[in-house]
Write a protein that binds this ligand. Structure first.
Ligand code: PMP
Length: 450
C-alpha cells in the first residue's frame, strides 16, 4: 500500500480499502465480505449496487450534471420536490435541497429564525433541543445537539441553547407507566419555554426515534402529540429531524407518521439518496413559505451544490426504487423480525440491557448489571469493542454513544438496508452474537463484568 495523505476518522489506524458492494454486502480489496448491518451510517437503505440508480445517474450526467440554482431549475429537481410534497404530510410542501443532514438541520434552524423575523418578532431566535440528540456536525447543528462527545471541544463557540430530557423509557423512574412518563418528558418543553420566555423561542427540534446519540430510543405514544400541543400553545415551531428516520427507516414513510403528528419543518438526508449521492432536504409548510414570500422573499440559506440536477436525479431514482419495491412496508415487516431476534439475544446475553427499535431502526444497550441497569463507565468503551469485534467477523454496525450527560447509554444501532431478507437477518444475528459473546468474555476476564 502506498503512503496515505487522507485524514481518516482515527489517525494512525489502517483502514481496509473498499472494493464493491451488492445488496446488503460490502467487499474489501482483500476479498473479505461484510454484512452492512447499519447501511453505512444508517444510509444505504436500498442496498448496494442497484442498477436502476446507476442508470439514472449516468442518464443525468449525460444531459447535464451541474447548473447553478440561481440560474436554472431542472426537471430532476422539480420532480423530486413534487415527490416529496406527495409523501410529506399536511402542508409540508416546500423543499430546500442541501447535501448533508447537518446542512438540512442548520437550514431548518435558519428558516425558523427567519420566519419569526419576517413576522416582526426577531427575539424569537432560540432553539430548544434534548440533551440526548444528534442533529449534525456544523456549528449551528451542533448547537442544537446534545451529543457530549462531539460538542466537547467546541462548547464555548456554540449557542447556549436550552435542553430538555428525552423520553428514555428503559431508564424511566421505577413504577411510572410509559404514558405518564411520556407526558412528563413532553411537559419539560413547556417548563423550558416558560423559563426562557416564549418570546425568545423560535423552535423545538427532535428526532422521532433517537439514533446516533441513543441507539434507537423510541418515545412512548402520546409524547409527540403533547409536544405538538405545547408548540402550538406557545407559538414555537416544531422541527422533526428525520435525517435518520425518514424514507421508510422506521417502517413508515416518516418517523413522525407513527403518531400522526405533523411538524412545521422536517429534515431529510441519508436514506433520501441511500448513499448514491450526497443529498438532503429541509421541507417546510405552506405557511412558512407564504410568510417569507410576503416578507423579504429571499431564503437566507444555500450551498453551491443545493438542488443540483445530478443529485436530484439520483435521489428521485432512489425514492422510485423504494416505492416500486415497497421497501417501507418491508422495513416494518422485516424490522419486526429483526427486533424479535435482537430481543432473543438480549434474553440470552447478560451484557445486553435492552433491545429496542422501530421498523428497521433497532438498537442494543449494554449494561454492567442487568438487574440494576448499572451502566459501564465511558472509558470501558463496550459499544466500541462490540463494533470492532463485529467488523473483524464481517459485520458492520453503528455506535450510539454520544448523548451521555452522565446518565447512561452504551449502545449500538442495528439498521441494515430495508431490502434485507429473513435469512440474511439470521446471518447478521449469528455474527453479532459471536461478537458480543467474545466481548462479554473479555470483560469477565478483566473482572469488569459480573
Ligand atoms: N441528524 C440526524 C438525526 C443524524 O442522524 C445525522 C447523522 N448521523 C445528522 C443529522 C447529520 O447528518 P450528516 O452526517 O449527513 O451531516
Amino acid at each position: 500500500m502506498t503512503r496515505s495523505y487522507v485524514i481518516k476518522p482515527e489517525l494512525g489506524k489502517t483502514y481496509p480499502y473498499i472494493s464493491h458492494g451488492k445488496g446488503i454486502y460490502l467487499y474489501d480489496q482483500e476479498g473479505k465480505r461484510y454484512i452492512d448491518g447499519c447501511g453505512g451510517a444508517v444510509t444505504a437503505s436500498i442496498g448496494h449496487g442497484v442498477e436502476e440508480v446507476a442508470e439514472a445517474m449516468y442518464a443525468q450526467a449525460q444531459k447535464v450534471s451541474f447548473a447553478y440554482r440561481s440560474h436554472f431549475s431542472s426537471d430532476a429537481v422539480e420532480a423530486l420536490g413534487a415527490k416529496l410534497a406527495e409523501w410529506a404530510p399536511g402542508s409540508l410542501n416546500w423543499t430546500f435541497f442541501v447535501s448533508s443532514g447537518s446542512e438540512a438541520t442548520e437550514t431548518a434552524q435558519k428558516i425558523a429564525i427567519q420566519y419569526w423575523q419576517e413576522k416582526g418578532r426577531p427575539t424569537k431566535n432560540r432553539i430548544i433541543s434534548r440533551w440526548m440528540s444528534y442533529h449534525g456536525i456544523t456549528m449551528g447543528a451542533l448547537s442544537m445537539s446534545g451529543h457530549v462527545l462531539r460538542r466537547k471541544r467546541f462548547v464555548p463557540l456554540l449557542e447556549d441553547y436550552p435542553t430538555i430530557s428525552p423520553p428514555y423509557p428503559y431508564r424511566r423512574p421505577e413504577g411510572m407507566s410509559l404514558s405518564e412518563y411520556g407526558l412528563q418528558c413532553a411537559n419539560e418543553l413547556e417548563a423550558a419555554i416558560l423559563r426562557v420566555g416564549a418570546d425568545q423561542v423560535a423552535a423545538f427540534i427532535a428526532e422521532p426515534v433517537i439514533g446516533a446519540s441513543g441507539g434507537a430510543v423510541v418515545p412512548p405514544d402520546g409524547y409527540f402529540q403533547r409536544i405538538r400541543e405545547i408548540c402550538d400553545k406557545y407559538e414555537v415551531l416544531f422541527i422533526a429531524d428525520e435525517v435518520m428516520t425518514g424514507v421508510g427507516r422506521t417502517g413508515k414513510t416518516f418517523g413522525m407518521d407513527h403518531w400522526g403528528v405533523v411538524p412545521d419543518l422536517m429534515t431529510l438526508g441519508k436514506g433520501m439518496s441511500a448513499g448514491y449521492t450526497p443529498m438532503a432536504a429541509t421541507i417546510v409548510t405552506d405557511e412558512i413559505i407564504e410568510t417569507i414570500t410576503q416578507g423579504s422573499g429571499l431564503i437566507m440559506a444555500g450551498h453551491t451544490y443545493s438542488a443540483n440536477p445530478q443529485s436530484a436525479a439520483v435521489s428521485l431514482a432512489v425514492l422510485q426504487y423504494v416505492e416500486k419495491h415497497q421497501l417501507i412496508e418491508k422495513s416494518a415487516e422485516q424490522g419486526a423480525y429483526l427486533l424479535q431476534r435482537l430481543e432473543a439475544l438480549a434474553e440470552e446475553l447478560p451484557l445486553i440491557g435492552e433491545a429496542r427499535g422501530l421498523g428497521m431502526l433497532c438498537g442494543l444497550e449494554f449494561v454492567r448489571d442487568k438487574a440494576t441497569k448499572e451502566a459501564f463507565p465511558l472509558s470501558a468503551g463496550v459499544a466500541s469493542k462490540v463494533i470492532a469485534k463485529s467488523f473483524e467477523k464481517g459485520l458492520i454496525i453503528y455506535p450510539a454513544i454520544g448523548g451521555l450527560d452522565g446518565v447512561a447509554g452504551d449502545a449500538i444501532i442495528v439498521a441494515p438496508p430495508l431490502t434485507i431478507t429473513k435469512s440474511e437477518i439470521d446471518e447478521l444475528i449469528a455474527i453479532l452474537r459471536e461478537a458480543i459473546l467474545a466481548v462479554q468474555q473479555d470483560l469477565q476476564e478483566k473482572a469488569m463484568f459480573r
